[in-house]
Design a binder for this molecule. Structure first.
Ligand code: ME8
Length: 508
């Protein structure tokens, strides 16, 4: 079954920051990994372009919403291409095709009696763009945006979510992997213990006109969340696509915990009301914080991914994101942590291993893959450690444990560096009777580097491609092929690769 992976569609009220970049890089890493793991995959991302926030941001910028969304949506696209995030589809909620699908769904649900008109008074958070319950507040403030929600009283259309509450609870309980990691599943199960309020799905055009008109009442536009969630099916051409059911069967969503409720509650219930099966899985990650506060456009403490890429290079940024955060938990950004990861893990551990190995092959083996002799215990240990790393790495990546997957690669890098010191090829090179031993050590090192480059591909596409080009092998044949020890043909040319990760000095 094809993995149909999605990211949230991001609001275009500001350009992307490192939090968005994390989600996009995780999604792209999973996409690249699925490919080398022999699984078909389709990645979708996009931008969420309706609602109050966008109107306000456009007004602040002094441009019409239409021009504003075009400009900021393009910034997301260009940031993704800079980060080597390569989605198969990019949805915009202002696309006419998406609008048609949303209106079709609203009409169907309205006709089947799941939508009603009523008076409403509630506490509205501008940041969340939804009504919050008293229980969700902390010190009378929205815990995410740290603002007081306003009291709003108006007439609106409501979606009968309560009807499907028991069904949803049963579904979550029967499918332990539906929401992961478990802490988020537990949060939703506990939230569903109280009766679910119906969802307000409209906004009067007198208050907001930047949205999708309700097909059954032109005085209202569609609530931005009801509109946005539908991107996950409009993007794969529901309902007209003949392959829709098949594609949808492989659906897995990736989000951060800020938007857990819309994805774990509203969305499965909307799907149920439409007569569709729920998505397969919801993967939830934590927050990137700066000084213990969530990095956020509304707070303004943001780090721009473009600037980090300019300073450190794309692979270093991708590596940092996946290595510093345990998927599901929060992590902190600091310039110091970024530089340390770059200089120590990448420039020292990996970069030096690679450059000194290749330099020795150039100086002591004519720049060719040497033919190994019989292996000693210490060589065999490195062979087994390399193969074990590939297997372990694959299991951890399948489980979305990116940090741990990288740790297994770095354990091997450490081992290979110690192997060089222990075998001192520069000493072997001085003694002609040790020529075969030298060839064996260098061959074992090159094969180890090949395994490392093969594993790194999904996370650090540029560096692993440079390594593969220098070593003379192809990354395209997938992970299983990398387990074949001796893939580098003896006698084939090894190129001195360029410096993979130049060291970065601290800025004064
Ligand atoms: O919520 N740490 O859009 P959004 C980690 N349009 N991830 C972060 C983050 C942080 N500090 N800040 C943002 C919306 N993110 C809606 C989604 S989907 C149908 C509609 C990432 O622009 C993370 O993926 O506010 C989070 O869930 C998302 O950006 C929220 O993006």
């Amino acid at each position: 079954m094809t993995l149909y992976l999605t990211t949230p569609i991001f609001y275009v009220n500001a350009p992307p920051h490192l939090g968005h970049a994390y989600t996009a890089v995780v999604a792209d890493t999973v996409r690249r990994f699925a490919r080398v793991d022999g699984r078909a995959v389709f990645l979708q991302t996009g931008t969420d372009e309706h609602g109050d926030k966008i109107v306000q941001a456009a007004a602040a910028a002094g441009v019409a919403p239409r021009d504003y969304v075009d400009e900021v949506s393009a910034k997301f696209r260009s940031a993704w291409s800079l980060l080597l995030v390569e989605p198969d589809n990019f949805v915009r909620t202002t696309d006419p095709a998406h609008i048609t699908v949303v209106q079709g769904i609203l009409q169907k649900i309205y006709e089947q009696g799941d939508i009603y008109f009523s008076d409403y008074e509630g506490l509205y958070c501008q940041g969340c763009e939804r009504f919050l319950t008293e229980k969700e507040l902390s010190n009378n403030k929205c815990p995410d945006h740290l603002t007081h929600p306003e009291k709003v009283a108006e007439q609106n259309y409501f979606f009968r979510m309560g009807r499907y509450q028991q069904w949803l609870l049963d579904h979550i309980k029967a499918n332990p992997d539906f929401i992961t990691p478990t802490r988020y599943r537990n949060e939703i199960i506990s939230f569903l213990r109280d009766p679910l309020a119906d969802l307000c799905i409209s906004r009067p055009i007198s208050r907001l006109d930047w949205g999708i008109p309700l097909p059954f009442d032109q005085n209202f536009v569609t609530y931005v969340w009801f509109d946005a969630l539908i991107n996950y099916i409009s993007g794969i051409d529901y309902p007209s696509n003949r392959d829709f059911v098949q594609r949808w069967a492989g659906a897995e969503h990736l989000i951060a915990k800020d938007i857990l409720k819309p994805h774990a509650i509203f969305w499965p219930i909307m799907l149920k009301a439409m007569g569709l099966t729920p998505y397969r899985r919801l993967h939830v990650h934590g927050y990137w914080n700066v000084d213990e506060t969530k990095m956020s456009k509304s707070i303004g403490n943001v780090i721009r991914p473009e600037e980090l890429v300019a300073d450190f290079g794309v692979d270093s940024v991708r590596y940092f994101l996946l290595r510093e955060m345990s998927f599901g938990l929060d992590a902190s950004y600091s310039a110091e942590a970024m530089r340390t990861r770059h200089n120590f893990d990448l420039a020292n551990d990996l970069g030096n291993l690679f450059s000194r190995s290749l330099t020795m092959v150039k100086n002591f083996a004519n720049g060719q893959v040497p033919t190994p002799g019989s292996l000693r215990g210490e060589d065999q240990e490195l062979v087994l450690a390399s193969l074990a790393m590939l297997a372990d790495y694959r299991d951890k990546m399948r489980a979305w444990a990116f940090r741990q997957a990288l740790e297994t690669v770095w354990e091997l890098i450490g081992r290979a560096n110690r192997y060089i010191v222990a075998n001192a090829p520069w000493e072997l090179a001085k003694d002609p009777t040790q020529a075969q031993r030298l060839a064996t050590v260098l061959n074992t090192l090159l094969e180890t580097l090949r395994c490392i480059a093969g594993a790194m591909g999904p996370i650090m596409p540029e560096a692993s491609a440079k390594m593969a080009a220098a070593l003379g092998f192809s990354l395209d044949e997938g992970l299983t092929a990398q387990r074949h020890w001796g893939r580098l043909a003896p006698g084939s040319k090894v190129n001195l690769g360029e410096n993979l990760f130049p060291r970065i000095k601290a800025q004064k």
